[in-house]
Ligand binder design. Structure first.
Ligand code: PGA
Length: 257
């Protein structure tokens, strides 16, 4: 099996202004002084208004974090009031863009088609999408979780070249586990991440499936990270709440030590 470097991503959601963001990355960098970034890659995803500040801190202090965004629009420019172009993010050296987070889908009505266009737009701007998928509690309880997630993956990847699929990141986030303190069991998370990899194999072939990184997200904490990450098809974590506090996020990133 191809070697996949785990990616731990901090999704700050709508938290921290640019001053708080600066303090947080500085503290995080300090906590991770001896961390080996070849073994576990780290990305931080602040709000748009914080990106320039965090970029400057990362670059001037040579912090080893990759800069990430939480969303973008699929058009490059034009009359789209309030939207942010992928080109603007690329200009700030953003590397990863979260696409289709369940909060975007549920609160802001993003469709699978929007997600698919965003995946393509992010690649076109030379960045890497972290495409989210996940089922609701009702879907899990009625036995429809795998069909829901497989449908999201197929729709999100439609028309995306195999080589890009190999290079992207997919985040499996059961909606019932996000911000609830309720984590999927490592077995359940592994089962779904394995199923996602199988769908990727059908869509883009075995090489892409072996290369694509699949994160688990939903109430990841320092105390459960190691067990989740030890699963064969889990290659990282998308962390919300626990990424807002430097000590907690550092505890997840250093799950191996
Ligand atoms: P949580 O959020 O870690 O607070 O559950 C995860 C996410 O929404 O990405």
């Amino acid at each position: 099996m191809a070697e996949r470097t785990p990616l731990i991503s901090g999704n700050w959601k709508m938290n921290h202004n640019h001053l708080d963001a600066l303090a947080l990355v500085q503290k995080l960098s300090y906590h991770l002084g001896g961390h080996n970034y070849d073994k576990v890659e780290v990305s931080v995803h602040p709000p748009f208004t914080d990106l320039r500040t965090v970029q400057t801190a990362i670059e001037s202090d040579r912090m080893k974090f990759s800069l990430g965004a939480q969303n973008c629009y699929f058009e490059e420019s034009g009359a789209f009031t309030g939207e942010v172009s992928p080109l603007f993010l690329a200009k700030l050296n953003v590397k990863y863009v979260i696409v289709g987070h369940s909060e975007r889908r549920e609160i802001f009505g993003e469709t699978d088609d929007d997600v698919n266009r965003k995946v393509k737009a992010v690649f076109k701007a030379q960045m890497t999408p972290i495409m989210c998928c996940g089922e609701t509690l009702e879907e899990r309880e009625s036995g429809g979780a795998q069909a829901k997630v497989a449908g999201q993956i197929r729709a999100g990847l439609a028309g995306v070249p195999d080589s890009q699929i190999a290079a992207m990141v997919i985040a499996y986030e059961p909606i019932w586990a996000i911000g609830t303190g309720r984590t999927a069991t490592p077995d359940d998370a592994q089962e779904m991440c394995g199923a996602i990899r199988a769908v990727v194999a059908e869509v883009a072939g075995g090489d892409a499936a072996a290369a694509v990184r699949i994160q688990y997200g939903g109430s990841v904490k320092a105390g459960n990270a190691a067990e989740l990450m030890s699963q064969p098809d889990i290659d990282g974590a998308l962390v919300g709440g626990a990424s807002l506090v430097a000590d907690d996020f550092a505890g997840i990133i250093t799950y191996r030590s």
